[in-house]
Design a protein around this ligand. Structure first.
Ligand code: TXA
Ligand code: MG
Length: 341
């Protein structure tokens, strides 16, 4: 299959992308979180093509993307809580799990009776969804097991000649996937952390409980509420070790790996001594979590391409605010390899 590269800023190209979707094809498109691999959410066959192109297990449900929050009525049983969340966070990086209506095929939801609803804020994404004339089922546009894609070049590297088209556009603004919540005991349970933080949801008067899978490795018999959280996503080729402890102890431990060619130290701007090491890689500033989030997957991909990197060492990030999403992606990248020091 030859993949067409379409321009996100061209009305003509977005119309063509919509046409491909209506004909049952697959189109990768930009969103503010990560790039998505879109298909018609009303077609079982299109959903199956998505699983095949990504090499993803088909029990892992796809999120359904809409151009307006009210459209959810057609595909899911909404409630007051949904509209309260939508008023504050849609369009934006939030997915809400609701009971699904029959119009959404079981293949889209991995046979679950619920569906994840998301309204992206990215303008190109919204135009593309509108021009498609149907809801868009989309996982992140990466090969299964690789970090999500935050640049057009990542999508090309993973999916060229496996899908019908890629909408070329700017880098994803946020860089980590959407926050996922489901109604739970009068409030919500958070299944995956993202740029909409537990604090932000609590600020609008909704209580938040974190699913255990966000911060801990589940036992063999335990199941996360979001089926995708059980997979070891975001795994770089190198072994990742995270150190947890006082800033001083962690820095001292990281310094032990200075100058070792097969090791990379991920550090912050503020860690002056580490920044100077020839094998260190600055992931941002402790003061600016959004910037670290924005670059994290691109950094993991870049390190994967470097020859000879066998180990990656980093500090376990704080789990406050947006830090929780970075914490969650890094502990998964490490396969929960956290050393207390
Ligand atoms: O930011 C995002 O959400 C991106 C962009 C493209 O919108 N999409 C994304 O999709 O990250 P994906 O497929 O890579 O991750 C979706 C996650 C998976 O962990 C899946 O198990 C969970 O959402 N999920 C989807 N539908 C669900 C449902 N009905 N119940 C529970 N979890 C669900
Ligand atoms: Mg994904």
């Amino acid at each position: 299959m030859t993949t067409k590269i379409l321009e996100g800023c061209s009305q003509h190209d977005l119309e063509l992308a919509g046409q491909i979707i209506r004909q049952g094809g697959l189109v990768a498109f930009p969103t503010e979180t990560v790039y998505g691999l879109g298909a018609s959410a009303l077609s079982a066959d299109s959903a199956e093509k998505v699983y095949k192109a990504k090499g993803r297990p088909s029990d892992n449900p796809l999120i359904v993307h809409l151009s307006k929050a009210e459209e959810a009525e057609k595909y899911a049983y909404t409630n007051k809580l949904y509209y309260k969340l939508a008023d504050s966070f849609m369009p934006g990086p939030l997915t809400v799990i609701l009971p699904k209506k029959d119009i959404i095929p079981d293949e889209v939801t991995g046979s679950l009776k619920t569906v994840g609803i998301r309204v992206p804020s990215n303008v190109t994404a919204r135009k593309f969804i509108e021009l498609s004339g149907c809801p868009i089922a989309a996982p992140s546009a990466n090969l299964s097991g690789k970090p999500s894609t935050t640049k057009t070049s990542h999508v090309i590297a993973d999916l060229m000649d496996k899908i019908d088209a890629i909408i070329a556009s700017e880098d994803s603004e946020i860089g980590l996937e959407s926050t996922i919540v489901m109604p739970y005991e009068g409030g919500v349970k958070m299944l995956r952390p993202g740029a909409v933080t537990p604090e932000m949801i609590e600020n609008i008067g909704i209580s938040v409980t974190l699913d255990k899978a966000i911060t801990e490795k589940l036992g063999d018999n335990e199941k996360p509420l979001a089926p995708g959280m059980k997979y070891r996503h975001y795994a770089p080729r190198a072994e990742v070790t995270l150190y947890s402890g006082s800033r001083e102890n962690v820095n001292n431990q990281l310094k032990c790996h200075k100058g070792i060619d097969s090791a990379v130290i991920l550090c912050y701007n503020e860690d002056k001594e580490l920044v100077l090491a020839k094998n260190s890689y600055v992931i941002g500033s402790r003061e600016n979590e959004s910037n670290t989030a924005h670059r994290l997957f691109a950094i993991l991909r870049e390190l994967d391409e470097r020859e000879g990197v066998k180990n990656i060492y980093a500090e376990l990030p704080s789990s406050k605010g947006m830090g929780l999403a970075i914490f969650n992606r890094l502990i998964k990248a490490s396969g929960y390899n956290v050393k207390e020091i």
